[in-house]
Design a binder for this molecule. Structure first.
Ligand code: PRX
Length: 630
């Protein structure tokens, strides 16, 4: 970990939203809202949780036995009751819950009633396969409505979903299936990307070669030709929903029962299974969607994330449904069939809230403002960004060309582990490009040195969270040690693994990771994961991966490789190694650059010093190299 360091604070332009935004915002003034939260923290969360429906109320808002928190203890609920039944029973029954757009102008529309019925049928189908409360179902699907249905069906019956992004390869999928002991895998024949179909089922077949926990694979056919089911364990998605009861009563869950597992990359080769629970996660997702993003039940809300990531869990699926809004979901990428497709969709569907990633914004910038200029984007009210720092140039472009110099931009900092937004600039507050903002009411955040002491403005340090919050992860699946590490790296704090600096007004700027994670296009990739994928190739002796700054993606992966005796560098081998990583981990982890070296810099105890490689690569000062072997 680095020591604290000076960061020059430049006074950039401040953006002031129209006063009307503040009038309509949930919080009219940050300072008083935050003070009110600090004055009675449990009362704050009690009031928010009371806006949702519970079968039994809680005895305690929170019980905090460092580093383990329990929220809404004694309460009982089912998140799908709040996402579906509640709306079906009141005036939202015939309202659109989900618009979906596919390639070739395919469209599907689900009302709340229809979605509710589909979820119940699929839930009964899962029960027929023997899935019950506490079992895990792995969902490896493209961005189609059935992906959302499968997630909600699991939650309906108290099974944990473990959604794996469909861009992961067979070995990464196998690791996640085995890690979570999934009983059923739900997948599709193919996913679609830029006019091409990408087979998913063969990847699942390969991932199942050594996956003894799996009893069944449910396959959704998305093409005209029916899917070929090749073994007894394969079941057709739609057939499973036939011959089942139409009604599936929600399983009554304790607030602290697990809701889902979601794997995230870690600093070792094995990803971490982050566990979120029913009650606290529901409250966090609802709170931030409703009161931070100000999503109302009149809104058409589009978060471009894949439900395979936490952003998709909280802000494609659960948050908007908890508020009774209309979700927009699409399998389309922003550049196909042309670079105007996203703006066309905003115009066509009258999207009010648009939430995307800096990588996408920088790509939009590159192709030019003439694309959004062709469409009417005046339906937009609020914009969001997540996943990596939103650089000032990208902020300004987004503000002007998408937001029409009108919409507030919420640059939200958070993590798989936090379950919900933690830092942003509340709607109506002055926005500072480059700065995410401040801790939202409900969480206590600080920037500290390695001993946990707050550092002054202009001094960089570690971003930490100082109090528990409802949607914090409760455990790393079957790895208490890794869970404890989050709360023990810096004493009395949750260490996020990010470096940050605060300005004189308390606005926080994120400065990147302090550990061995690389943020590629906003996705966390562990250096160790890439390295072990490379080392599993017979020609590779050792590998080291670093993140290299990139104008569009934030970072790209560069790897340094040493070869075994008898193997020789060649373009062909480079291609083969990249292909090998693609097959093992998936396209998102493929190194953009690969360099052959004779040796890697190591500490005397044999640890690879990626920091030295990175400094060398970027022409920076090598820093302290006293532990370097040679
Ligand atoms: O480094 C931070 C970065 O993404 C990490 C969390 O990644 P993940 O768990 O995959 O969740 C991503 C979506 C919530 C963080 O530790 N990050 C996320 N949002 C921002 C960010 N970095 C800077 N600014 C952000 N707004």
């Amino acid at each position: 970990m680095p020591e604290d360091f000076e960061v020059p604070l430049e006074e950039g332009k401040i953006y002031l939203p129209d006063p009307e935004y503040r009038e309509n915002a949930e919080f009219k003034d940050y300072t008083s809202a935050y003070r009110e939260f600090l004055h009675d923290q449990d009362g704050f969360w009690h009031r928010i949780a009371s806006e949702l429906v519970w079968y039994e109320p809680w005895e305690h808002v929170k019980i905090w036995e460092y580093p383990f928190a329990r929220w809404f203890e004694g309460a009982q609920l089912n998140i799908t009751y709040n996402c579906l039944d509640r709306h079906v029973h009141d005036s939202r029954r015939n309202k659109v819950a989900l618009f979906w757009r596919g390639e070739n102008n395919r469209e599907r529309i689900y009302t709340y009633e229809h979605l509710y019925k589909e979820v119940m049928r699929f839930a009964n189908g899962l029960k027929k396969l023997g899935v019950g409360k506490g079992d895990t179902v792995c969902i490896y699907m493209p961005m189609v409505p059935e992906q959302v249905i499968a997630m909600l069906a699991c939650a309906r019956i108290g099974a944990l979903h473990s959604v794996v992004f469909a861009g992961f390869g067979a070995s990464a999928l196998n690791q996640r299936i085995n890690g979570a002991q999934a009983k059923v895998v739900v997948t599709a024949d193919v996913s679609r990307r830029r006019g091409k179909t990408i087979p998913l089922k063969p990847t699942v077949e390969e991932a199942l070669i050594d996956a003894p926990s799996v009893d069944y694979v449910v396959v959704l056919g998305t093409q005209e030709t029916p899917v070929e089911l090749v073994s007894d364990i394969e079941v057709d998605f739609h057939e499973l929903m036939e011959d089942v009861a139409a009604v599936c009563e929600p399983e009554i869950m304790d607030a602290e029962d697990p809701l889902f597992i979601l794997y995230t990359s870690g600093t070792t080769g094995a990803p971490k299974g982050i566990i979120h629970t029913c009650g606290g996660y529901m409250v966090g997702a609802y709170y931030t969607t409703r009161k931070i993003f100000n999503v109302t039940d009149n809104d058409i809300y589009w978060c471009t994330a894949d439900p395979g990531w936490i952003t998709g869990h909280t802000y494609v699926v659960y948050g908007p449904l908890l508020t009774g809004a209309t979700i927009f979901l699409t399998e389309l990428t922003p550049d196909y069939p042309d670079n105007g497709i996203y703006w066309k969709l905003i115009e066509e569907y009258g999207i009010n809230i648009f939430y995307t990633a800096p990588t996408a914004i920088r790509m939009f910038m590159k192709v030019g403002e003439e694309w959004p200029a062709r469409y009417d984007l005046t339906s937009l009210r609020i914009l969001g960004s997540v996943g990596e720092p939103l650089n000032p140039e990208a902020f300004e472009w987004y503000y002007e060309h998408i937001g029409g110099n009108r919409c507030p931009i919420l640059d939200t900092w958070w993590q798989t582990e936090t379950g919900m937004h933690i830092i942003t600039t509340l709607i109506g507050e002055p926005m500072k490009p480059g700065y995410a903002g401040k801790a939202i009411p409900g969480v206590v955040v600080d920037v500290v040195d390695k001993d946990g002491n707050s550092v002054p403005p202009g001094t960089g340090g570690f971003l930490v969270i100082k109090e528990p919050w409802p949607s914090m992860m409760r455990m790393v699946y079957q790895n208490e040690e890794r869970y404890r590490k989050y709360w023990s790296t810096i004493k009395n704090c949750y260490t996020a693994g990010d470096l940050a600096v605060r300005d004189n007004d308390g606005y926080i700027m994120l400065l990147g990771r302090s550990d061995d994670l690389i943020l590629v296009a906003g996705h966390n990739i562990g250096t160790a994961e890439v390295e072990s994928a490379l080392v599993s190739h017979k020609a590779v002796a050792e590998a080291a991966a670093i993140g290299k700054p990139n104008a569009i993606k934030g970072n790209i992966i560069k790897v340094f490789v040493t070869l075994v005796e008898g193997a020789h560098p060649s373009d062909r081998l480079t291609q083969e190694l990249k292909y090998h990583v693609r097959q093992t981990l998936g396209p998102i982890a493929v190194p953009a650059e690969l360099e052959y070296v004779d040796t890697l810099p190591k500490t005397r105890s044999g640890k690879i010093m990626r920091r030295v490689l990175k400094a060398q690569e970027l022409g920076m000062d090598l820093g302290d190299i006293s532990t370097l072997e040679e």
